[in-house]
Structures are given as structure tokens and as C-alpha cells.
Design a binder for this molecule. Sequence first.
Ligand SMILES: Nc1ncnc2c1ncn2[C@@H]1O[C@H](COP(=O)(O)OP(=O)(O)OP(=O)(O)O)[C@@H](O)[C@H]1O
Ligand SMILES: [Mg+2]
Length: 225
Amino acid sequence: MSLTFHEVKKSFDGVPVLQGFSAEVPLQGLTFVVGRSGSGKSVLCRAAVGLLRLDAGEIALDGGRVDTLPERALQRTREQVPYLVQSPALLDWLTLAQNVALPGGTAAEVEKNLARVGLSALGDKRPAEVGPGVRKRAAIARALMLRPRFLLLDEPTTGLDREAAAQVNATLAELRAQGLGALVVSHDFAAAQTFADTVLEVHRGKKGYHGPAKAFRGLTPLGVE
Ligand SMILES: Nc1ncnc2c1ncn2[C@@H]1O[C@H](COP(=O)(O)OP(=O)(O)OP(=O)(O)O)[C@@H](O)[C@H]1O
Ligand SMILES: [Mg+2]
């Protein structure tokens, strides 16, 4: 069970971003995706759920092509693999529990998913009454209502203070323990070494380091192909 990228190519206005990126990402465990700003990490996430189309190459989820799916079929992909952007919006006039309920589902499921991210006690709060780490976890709980097989999280801790970031990372570790894996785009190498199973680097449009998080020593120098 994996999300696979095969010789993926994508340029914007003639400027190549992904230039033959290939990698197999297991749906189990936490894969942290690292790479310089502008290297194409967000492009990879968006392409994985058909939010942008490739120039060449293939993306497959459990062996089934994603990159060629028609928009209608992609709705299902986006339920199986929700993509959380860096600042997923909560509706500020709703409580956290009401926000989590937005995709649909029973009250019991809302309660269960608040519990999975450690927010059982805060469901009645409104977004403005809680910190950014809690808001981010509520957004994750909302994605859990889709009963996903895997999560794509784009910089879930960027811009958060240390405490909020620690809360979010602990939540990812907890979800992983519950059997839910994720691809996590991150600039936080310390977190990668602490929380990730695998680090996958985007380097000059291709796969750079790909291996155990504990052995990751930082980004590949720019001069190295
Ligand atoms: N829709 C688009 N139109 C034009 N250029 C784009 C588009 N999306 C991405 N790009 C360009 O592609 C490159 C990679 O963008 P991407 O957002 O994937 O980088 P990133 O690795 O996520 O960087 P960061 O760490 O800053 O988030 C950048 O140069 C960006 O400007
Ligand atoms: Mg990005």
C-alpha cells in the first residue's frame, strides 16, 4: 500500500520544478518531505490529489493511477487522502465540534475524532478562544471525518510557536500509533528526526535523500546532483 510517484515532471511557464521525481511513499507511518523553499513540495501534494496536472509521469495510489482520473473520481481520492493546506480555515462562528462536523457524519463520529486529536474537552470552544495548535488539530479532526486512509499535511507546524508545534507533532505521532499514516511537508528537521519514520527530500526536481529519519543529516548541498 503506497503512494507512488514515477518520473513526475511539472514546469510552470517553462520553468521546470519537478524533473523526473520518483518515489514510493508507504501509507503506513510518517514520511516527512523536506526540501528548499520552491523545490516543489506543495506541487507534489497538489498533484497527488489531482489539484494540478502533470506534464509527464505517473502518480498512483495503491497501484491505481491518480494523475489521469477525471475530476469526479478525484473527489473520492480526496476523501481517502485529504490534503491539508498550511492554513486550513475553520469557520470562526462555529464551535470546534461544529467545524469538525462540516464534512458530515454522526455526533458520535465527531466526538471520536475530537478524541483522536486530544480535543475532547474543547469541542464547545470557538476558534478564537483557543490557540493555533488546537485550531490545527481541529482541522485535522475535520479531515478525519472523511475516514481517510492517509493524510497529506503541508507544513502543519510552520508559523506555530514551539508549544503549538509540539502539540501538532504529538497529534501526528498519536494518529500514527492509531494506524493512520501521513506525508508531512516540513522545514522542522528536529521534528523530522523525532517524529518521522522516513524522510523524503525533493532536490533539484528529483528525489534526494530518502531513508530512515534518524539517519537524515540535512538538505543535500545545492551543488550536488
Ligand atoms: N500554480 C502555479 N503557477 C506558477 N508557478 C507555480 C505554481 N505553483 C507552484 N509554482 C512554482 O513552483 C515552484 C515550487 O512551488 P512549491 O509551492 O511546490 O514549493 P515548496 O517546495 O512547497 O516551497 P515552500 O517550502 O516555500 O512552501 C515555485 O517556484 C513556485 O513559484
Ligand atoms: Mg510549500
